[in-house]
Design a binder for this molecule. Structure first.
Ligand code: BG6
Ligand code: MG
Length: 213
């Protein structure tokens, strides 16, 4: 087996919180009369909350102070948390759950590497609060993806070198971060065809075959 550990992005990989991110940013953009669509939202994948806000504000004719920006990010996060409150174990798909269990049974260390500060809350909602061997998230990093810090931290927490860890990502910024950190990357969703990825996942369950190779 080439890999001893797998580091998963959270939003858009383990669960579909990405739609809630979109809805919450869209509500803020609408209130501020700023055009905002799915393409803009795709550029927010993997990057921090404040960097995501900058994507929203790019099309604003008005410039805002740092205090106003912090208030906007809080407003978005409050709505996002309200939407996340609707999530439960039903939002963890059988495919993801079974695949995670199969990978664990193969003896692999499993970790989360996410830019989100809401990671512990989301994992609790979907019933994975104490599943992973390590969690590196937006609360313990200074640089968000495409910087490799969050993945390097996750690898360190599970005691493995990046060369024996696989990163699973749905964001182009995440694929870039994985490659910059010296990891192989399995890309899915929006990043599926990213040429920098080692593997292009047709489905999450493909990870079992990849891990066996
Ligand atoms: C990432 C998302 O997982 O987390 C980004 O892909 C988001 O879109 C980032 O901006 C930060 O999330 P949060 O939950 O800390 O606002
Ligand atoms: Mg993601």
């Amino acid at each position: 087996m080439k890999y001893a550990g797998i580091i998963f992005d959270l939003d858009g990989v383990i669960c579909s919180t990405d739609e809630y991110h979109y809805l919450a940013w869209k509500a803020l953009a609408d209130r501020l009369n700023i055009p905002f669509g799915r393409e803009d939202n795709n550029r927010q994948r993997g990057v921090s909350r404040m960097e995501s806000l900058e994507v929203v504000l790019e099309k604003s004719p008005v410039s805002y102070s740092q205090e106003e920006k912090i208030a906007f990010a809080t407003e978005k996060n409050d709505l996002y948390r309200q939407l996340l409150g609707e999530m439960g174990e039903k939002d963890l798909s059988a495919e993801v759950k079974d695949t995670l269990c199969a990978l664990r049974a193969m003896g692999l260390k499993l970790a989360i590497g996410s830019s989100s500060k809401n990671t512990p809350f989301i994992l609790d909602r979907i019933g994975l609060g104490s599943f992973f061997d390590a969690i590196a998230d937006g609360n313990c990093i200074t640089h968000s993806k495409p910087h490799p810090e969050v993945f390097l931290k996750a690898a360190e927490m599970i005691g493995l070198d990046p060369s024996v860890c696989l990163v699973v990502e749905d964001a182009k910024a995440g694929v870039e971060a994985a490659v910059a950190g010296g990891f192989d990357c399995a890309a899915m969703g929006d990043a599926k065809d990213d040429p920098r990825a080692t593997w292009h996942l047709g489905s999450f369950a493909d990870l079992v075959g990849i891990a066996r190779a």
